[in-house]
Design a protein around this ligand. Structure first.
Ligand code: ZN
Length: 409
């Protein structure tokens, strides 16, 4: 709800901030817009937006409706000396405006004369330019995107997460309401994850997540998936989806290939700056790299989830995540299923960085192992694993709720 309100308010804020003295913009700006090489133009029925910059910057693109608008956020871009009227050569863009959105962030807003969808958005680095392609759509096209959470994420937010973070920590679950579980099928879209024997990790984990979703729902839990089709979802967005769902726990599902060390059997990872071993460290680095290749800056996001409240939440969340990992490992072992010889490990996975949601990453198996691949393809084995995960989550949730009630008293 807060996010929704902020989103509605955002254009208003952008307009207000345009009134800031030009000098303030000059002081904080790093990259500059090269107006001569930029333009907003009608091409082949759609709109091409080209924004030439003095250097590449993190950016994100999304659409707002009522009225239809394209919004582009940049980290630190100066628009000084550029004239929106000169740049706007599109008959479909009724107004173009830009300015500092909030400290460290600049925003460009283009008002559109009808509904459009972002068909592509990327950044070229040499020379730097942000390029966005908009295709016309109709009310049905917009509704289709809005109705599907997976597509809504893909269709509206292309890059960085919302820079406006004012959330307060989530209240701990006390067992009085159904447990809300965020399942995060790893990879997707342009990032297939591990590949072996004609299979991709992205595809296997989406199928596994759908099955697990059913099992957990039948077990009385509410389940939210961070993606429901084969699309690329930035790591930060996965966290945002969990937060928006009010998740009590976050379970990222993977089946990676590991060249280093022994890699057979289920393994559960918790977050730690110090990885258990080299293999774990490389595994975490590889997962962050997919986001970096998509133009996402993973550094410095912590300062946006700032505040003492969140720091306190983080301190309380980590032991809860550690206990969740242990409970899942116990559940898997109790079901007689094979785990890695060290079933609980740690590494610096960005997707596990929710300050207030206990988050763990499960390697259901490793695609580099023929044994694990055979298990992953075996429906009966998957059903056993999913039942074991339900049992593990239940055991954790009961103990966790009991502790929360104790703390509250
Ligand atoms: Zn993976």
């Amino acid at each position: 709800m807060i996010g929704f309100l902020l989103r509605r308010l955002a254009p208003l804020l952008a307009v207000l901030l345009l009134a800031l003295p030009a000098a303030a913009q000059e002081l904080t700006a790093l990259a500059r817009l090269n107006a001569g090489a930029s333009g907003v133009e009608d091409r082949a029925g759609g709109i091409n937006v080209t924004l030439a910059l003095s250097q590449p910057v993190p950016f994100r693109v999304f659409l707002l409706q009522d009225p239809a608008r394209l919004v582009v956020d940049f980290r630190e871009v100066s628009f000084q000396g550029a004239d929106p009227l000169a740049l706007d050569r599109s008959a479909h863009v009724t107004e173009l405006r830009w300015g500092v959105f909030r400290p460290g962030w600049s925003r460009l807003v283009a008002e559109l004369d009808g509904p459009f969808l972002v068909s592509s958005a990327w950044q070229e680095t040499d020379p730097a330019s942000v390029r966005i392609r908009l295709e016309p759509t109709d009310a049905a096209g917009l509704a289709a995107v809005a109705a599907d959470p997976g597509r809504a994420v893909e269709g509206t937010i292309w890059d960085l997460p919302d820079p406006v973070v004012t959330a307060t920590p989530k209240r701990r679950q006390t067992g009085e309401a159904p447990l809300v579980v965020a399942l995060d099928p790893g990879h997707g879209g342009l990032d297939p994850g591990a590949e072996a024997a004609g299979l991709t990790e992205a595809h296997l984990m989406l199928a596994f997540a759908r099955e697990l979703q059913e099992v957990l729902r039948r077990g009385g839990m509410q389940v939210e998936l961070t993606r429901t089709e084969d699309v690329f979802v930035p790591l930060e967005t996965r966290i945002s989806v969990a937060r928006a769902a009010g998740a009590d726990l976050f379970l990222s599902l993977h089946a990676d290939a590991l060249a280093e060390g022994e890699a057979v059997g289920a393994t559960i990872y918790t977050l730690s700056e110090d990885a258990s071993d080299t293999a774990s460290r490389l595994l975490a680095e590889r997962h962050d790299r997919a986001d970096l290749l998509a133009g996402i800056d993973l550094d410095g996001h912590d300062d946006e989830v700032a505040g003492v409240l969140m720091d306190l939440a983080r301190t309380e969340t980590q032991p809860r995540a550690d206990r969740l990992a242990r409970a899942l490992a116990d559940g898997i072992t109790a079901a007689g299923l094979k785990t890695h010889r060290r079933p609980v490990q740690a590494a610096d996975f960005s997707v596990l960085k929710s300050p207030d949601i206990p988050s763990v990453l499960l390697e259901v198996g490793f695609m580099s192992s023929a044994t694990d691949r055979a298990r992953l393809m075996d429906e009966g084995w998957r059903a056993q694993m999913q039942a074991a995960l339900l049992a593990g989550i239940r055991a954790w949730a009961e103990a966790d709720a009991a502790e929360a009630r104790l703390i509250r008293q």
